[in-house]
Design a protein around this ligand. Structure first.
Ligand SMILES: Nc1nc2c(ncn2[C@@H]2O[C@H](COP(=O)(O)OP(=O)(O)OP(=O)(O)O)[C@@H](O)[C@H]2O)c(=O)[nH]1
Length: 546
């Protein structure tokens, strides 16, 4: 139906409004101008509201997308989100932001104008660089693996390039290794001794080790760790040894257990008694400082606790002596491998040093037994090239425990023997390499320099884990003077105090540890193969006090 709308003014055209038959805004069925305007305004308002809502919704959608993106990113960096909201990531590969390289005038990695310092340079970074190891000149100095040596020893031409191939011999091929291992021990030793007599190296040195040093001979006593042809003796367990051997400290015990304890337990000590106690401590080699300090502690505690009975006196003396032996350093002998040597791990390396006759070779052998009893494989390095008997002595220890021995002919350079031992031990994957060095007087600077060289040369091939200084307890104060010099030259890491079974001067233990700041790790209590005990302050003091 068509409705005619008329304006209120005559002559104006009628407005036709399509509707359901009713006129809007006026009674006469015509739409007035005001009403039309109102309708238009209302429509505009509705339109404006719709547009406003649309914009709002569009903005909201953008924010939620951004959050989604952030969540996705964090999940990609390891997925751990701390409570504080900070995302943490594992150390995986990070993607550097793309650099607009085409916008840069400089492409060689130098910063360009306006470059953000945080933007990584897109030139190639410097990676790992192969630095040639010290070889020709330095190793010449140490006489390890020089070309001349090579020629003398093996008759082989010198290594092609000694600068790029330092004195680290190639591992023998399995077949060649076998042939060395299968060689009969006695015939090898015979050959070796013949070579010693003639002053040259033997032909038993495998030709595949061109850098092998003159005079260094491997003894095929056994393949490391296997007691194939050797009968390994039963070895006493090392635990509780100090208790079992406590009777061996009887001479020192008479000083502490009888003299000191006797005086202290008598009660009502006068000045003379205290002086007597101090003298006894001095005679037991505690040294002036330690002795007077111990007397001071005892006097204070006796007064404070009112010590009356021998039991109380014993308990107090024990406490004070154990305290005086305390150290924060570990007494463990560092002779266990770094990882599993069969799986790329490295053997432990220990050097045994000290002056002549202190018991180095014996200690090396005893220690090898302890390790073998613990299920470890050991290689012994006989770097005592001064004394042929010492080499033989170590060879015997090696046979007894089924350990391979690398030895040097008399007069060979000890540093080269030590190096060769470490090389051989690393190649064959033993757990521990124990290198016995020649006895040397600490007063001879040349000999001490040589010892320093032994350690340096070994250090080129492997980490030296332990430097055991062997001190003869019977030498008392002189042992201390030796210890100071050795500690200076080779950074001693542990003390072995031998022959405590034959002395009344067990007090040296207190002094050595205190003055050197190096822990006493082992004590020798006899010439027997298993007369080496771990040093445990409580057990030691108990043995001293009886
Ligand atoms: N009573 C006793 N004797 C020991 C002990 N340790 C070693 N000995 C003896 O001391 C002597 C010297 O021992 P070695 O092992 O040959 O001494 P070394 O330090 O290797 O000697 P050099 O190679 O000449 O410097 C030997 O007779 C050993 O049996 C010990 O703890 N107690």
């Amino acid at each position: 139906m068509v409705v005619q709308a008329r304006h209120g003014f005559p002559g104006e055209p009628a407005v036709r409004v399509a509707s359901g038959g009713a006129l809007l805004g006026c009674d006469d069925g015509r739409v007035s101008t005001t009403n039309v305007i109102l309708i238009i305004v209302a429509a505009l308002v509705v339109l404006a509201v719709l547009v406003g809502t649309g914009i709002l919704l569009a903005r909201r959608r953008r924010v939620s997308l951004a959050q989604q993106e952030r969540e996705d990113t964090s999940a990609g960096q390891g997925g751990y989100r701390a409570g504080s909201g900070i995302s943490l990531s594992s150390g995986g590969t990070t993607t550097a932001p793309e650099h607009p390289v085409e916008e840069r005038t400089e492409t060689q990695g130098q910063p360009g104008v306006g470059d953000d310092a945080a933007v990584p340079r897109d030139s190639q970074r410097r990676g790992m660089v192969d630095v040639p190891l010290p070889s020709s000149s330095e190793v010449d100095d140490t006489t390890v693996g020089t070309d001349d040596d090579t020629a003398t020893t093996t008759g082989e031409p010198p290594a092609a390039d000694s600068a790029t191939a330092p004195a680290v011999p190639e591992q023998p091929s399995p077949a060649e290794s076998e042939s060395v291992a299968e060689t009969d021990t006695s015939s090898r030793r015979k050959e070796d001794s013949e070579s010693t007599a003639s002053g040259g190296a033997t032909g038993t040195v495998p030709p595949e080790t061109p850098e092998r040093t003159e005079g260094v001979v491997e003894e095929a006593g056994a393949e490391p760790g296997t007691a194939a042809d050797t009968e390994v003796e039963p070895i006493e367990p090392s635990t509780g040894r100090l208790e079992r051997l406590r009777g061996r400290l009887s001479r020192s015990r008479s000083m502490f257990g009888q003299s000191v304890l006797g005086l202290l337990g008598a009660g009502d000590l006068d000045e003379d008694s205290w002086e007597e106690i101090e003298d006894t401590l001095l005679m037991a080699d505690l040294g002036a400082t330690t002795a007077s300090e111990i007397i001071e502690w005892l006097r204070t505690e006796v007064a404070a606790r009112g010590v009356r009975t021998p039991e109380q006196a014993r308990a107090l003396l024990r406490e004070v002596l154990v305290d005086a032996l305390a150290t924060t350093q570990s007494r463990a002998v560092q002779a266990l491998p770094h990882g599993d040597p069969a799986d790329g791990g490295k053997p432990a390396v220990a050097l045994v040093v000290g002056v002549n006759g202190t018991g180095k070779t014996t200690t090396t052998g005893k220690l090898a037994r302890v390790l073998v009893a613990d299920g470890r494989t050991v290689l012994l390095g006989a770097a005592d090239t001064f004394r042929a008997a010492a080499v033989e002595q170590l060879g015997t220890w090696g046979e007894r425990v089924g350990a391979e021995v690398v030895r040097g002919d008399e007069g060979a350079d000890p540093a080269s023997v030590a190096f060769e031992s470490v090389q051989r031990g690393a190649d064959s994957g033993v757990d521990a390499i124990l290198v016995d060095t020649a006895g040397r007087l600490h007063t001879k600077t040349g000999l001490m320099d040589e010892l320093g060289k032994v350690k340096r040369v070994v250090g080129k091939r492997a980490q030296v884990d332990e430097v055991l200084l062997v001190l003869d307890a019977t030498t008392g104060q002189n042992g201390l003077a030796q210890a100071r010099v050795f500690a200076d030259v080779v950074d001693v890491t542990g003390i072995v105090l031998t022959k405590l079974d034959g002395t009344a001067k067990g007090g040296i233990v207190f002094q050595v540890q205190r003055e050197l700041g190096v822990p006493v790790k082992l004590v020798g209590l006899g010439e027997g193969a298993d007369d080496l005990a771990p040093f445990e302050p409580e057990a030691f003091v108990d043995a001293l006090l009886g």
